[in-house]
Design a protein around this ligand. Structure first.
Ligand code: SF4
Length: 340
């Protein structure tokens, strides 16, 4: 629950913005109606206070016209479509630190129906086009206040050649069960080894709660589940002390939660950071135990000249072999979509 909820005038003009308003009010939260469409008053006296203020503020705004020009998002999907930017959780490795600028306020988009209609221009006849909505937020963390994800699931349920993908570290999946998704949404849950979750993923759901959410999403509708195609996203994979044992235990728990036939995929993302994200994360979490030591990493450059620090090739090879084998043993039918 945010401490502060603000609506811009443009957001209040949108019918979907009015729906969010009704939901937020039903949760007993006080609303501030801003006089202009600019968000102000988020900065505190220092970085810590700015972080606290921003993370506990929900701003309902209209996404700018630039949001209608979608960006590709390999390897997870063809295009990213953002229903919000920012997340109320406190993961100390959060990848948003390097991709969103300014105070980490949570902005949700009141013009979602327009953003959804816009995706039709990116569909191609005769081929499936996928849209990822989790690039800049955790969609389930906000769903109780917005209903945005359910709106997306219903929309893509009616599209012949478009598919929706989301991923979350939260577990409130109840409102998604019973939606007419037509099998067009792949619902993924992000999981990690217990020590990583406990030490680094503040404010998220426990591993057990996420596993139960995954089970509910995957169970057939006739058995009270959502009947969704599902996925496990292991991210960020980190070779913490005892990692093999911790990740084996995690995969055993996934197997126990999914002890019935289902449409399942795996995505594996190893930990990485950039000079920019390291600086932001150390400002936000100065006492973090997260390993951000460049000396133990390999440098990866992208085509725009940006630098990323990843695990060295030999470590990557060991990790990849391990996860491929362990996954294959437990889930021979479920493909690994990518390793990065
Ligand atoms: S749940 Fe995801 S988006 Fe939210 S803080 Fe954690 S890593 Fe960042």
């Amino acid at each position: 629950m945010p401490k502060r909820v603000v609506f811009t005038p443009d957001a209040l003009d949108q019918p979907f913005g009015q729906q969010i308003l009704a939901r937020v009010e039903a949760h007993g939260l006080e609303i501030e109606r801003l006089k202009s469409n600019r968000l102000t008053g988020l900065r505190g006296s220092d970085t810590r206070e700015t972080y606290r203020n921003a993370k506990s503020t929900l701003a309902v705004v209209c996404a700018p016209p630039s949001a209608l020009r979608l960006q590709p998002t390999p390897p997870s999907a063809d295009w990213q479509m953002n229903l919000a930017e920012g997340c109320p959780a406190h993961c100390q490795y959060c990848y948003l630190a390097g991709s969103l600028s300014g105070p980490p306020v949570v902005k949700v988009f009141a013009n979602l129906p327009e953003l959804l209609m816009n995706t039709a221009a990116y569909e191609q006849p005769g081929r499936i086009t996928s849209f990822e909505v989790s690039c800049y937020t955790d969609v389930l963390a906000l769903e109780h206040l917005t209903g945005s994800l359910a709106e997306c699931v219903r929309y893509f349920g009616q599209r012949a050649v478009a598919r929706l993908r989301f991923v979350s570290k939260f577990n409130q999946v109840g409102p998604l069960l019973g939606l007419p998704h037509a099998g067009h949404t792949r619902a993924r849950i992000s999981l990690n080894a217990e020590p990583v979750v406990r030490q680094l993923e503040g404010g998220t759901a426990s591993v057990e709660a996420r596993l139960q959410a995954l089970r509910r999403l995957a169970l057939p509708v006739a058995e009270g589940g959502g009947g969704y195609p599902v996925g496990v996203v292991l991210a960020p994979i980190m070779p913490v002390p005892g990692w093999e044992q911790h990740y084996r235990q995690l995969l055993d728990r996934v197997a126990a939660a999914l002890d019935f036939p289902c449409d399942l995929t795996l995505e594996c993302i190893t930990h990485r950071f950039t000079p920019g994200s390291k600086q932001v994360l150390l400002d936000w979490y100065p006492a973090t135990v997260l390993d951000l030591d460049e000396a133990t990493r390999a440098v990866k450059r992208n085509k725009f000249g940006g630098t990323k620090y990843v695990y060295p090739p030999a470590d990557m090879h060991t990790l990849k072999q391990f996860f491929q084998q362990e996954w294959q043993q437990r889930f021979p039918q479920a493909p690994l979509l990518y390793w990065t």
